[in-house]
Design a binder for this molecule. Sequence first.
Ligand SMILES: Cc1ncc(COP(=O)(O)O)c(C=O)c1O
Length: 395
Amino acid sequence: MTVDYRHRFQIPKGPDGGENVYLCGHSLGLQPKSVRAYIEQELKQWELLGVDGHFHGNHPWVQYNKLLIGQTARLVGATPLEVVNMNSLTVNLHLMMVSFYRPTARRHRIVIEEHAFPSDQYAVKSQIRFHGYDPAESLVAVAGEDELEELLDREGESIALIMMGGVNYSSGRAFEMARVTRAGHAHGCLIGFDLAHAAGNLVLKLHEWDADFAEWCTYKYLNGGPGSIAGCFVHERHARDETLPRFAGWWGHELETRFRMGPDFMPTPGAEGWQVSNPPVVALAALRASMDMFDEAGMERLRAKSVALTAYLESLLDRHAERGFSILTPRDPARRGAQLSIRVPVPVRGVWERLAAAGVICDWREPDILRVAPAPLYNTADDIDRFVDCFVRSL
Ligand SMILES: Cc1ncc(COP(=O)(O)O)c(C=O)c1O
């Protein structure tokens, strides 16, 4: 486990002044110490230049977004043309569905994963209704890849869009995105992924896997801060397709002529053409601090450490199997990310409260699931020892 960036993060302290065991990077990642300097740089620019900061200074804001494109592309296995940081995750999901969910009487269904995150379910159902269809007929949930392939073989012609998570928020199960994409494309479907729990967690190859689009938040493993700016991927085969419907705004207009203020929308080629509004630069600065660190560490190295840490957590938990809890997350490291979801035999809220009182931070989801994720940038084997000790006692 050679990647150690722990000293570059603010680790929250408990009541006794000691560092908490923070295993909640699947919910909100910790603050990189460098964030303050990145933000202060833009505050200074604002202080000194006012409106001129848009076009002058070290990083003119009008192109600030460009400073993150390279790191973002490398993080998700994309070309620079294919990525952009904008809005929030669910907003991007809607923008993508405006372009890539175009139902017809024959092909109007959307496939999602079973137990998809509620926001995805709401977004998908509202898009189905928006087009005049009924979610009871047009929405299908599948347990996994096998069931998806069977469904496609049987009823593929009725499916317009497959919109699955990269890693399910509740079980921690990772889906085989290349396989999902291959199967869907073979039946004429478009494919999108919600990578909220996969970005900064798994090694992603969105371009090679051939997904049509993807979106992710950056406040979990990516440590962009609460409510931080989200990411979005659009495959380059769609980069210049002006027949795609989209909800346009001036920031998606090509930069060269954007400020001529003409009446007709000329999209920037690629994912940047889906931008709507000018982005919050201070939020982008915070995200940049974290993305620079990911780029430096490299996702392959982080993933190698992550696999080892999660396997260590699993092996310690297995020693206490007689306590009646079970691990819901797949045992195969290739089928999961950092997170283990543990089904507990006693009220989960109480377990979580007792852990928190001992300075161990994780979270829980209804009805009985404790979610724990060692984040390879800042968690250590020692965190895992302390967690397992407190967890067993908290039962
Ligand atoms: C899988 C998944 N999708 C969507 C969301 C919603 O994200 P946002 O509030 O950024 O739209 C979350 C938030 O945790 C999530 O985990």
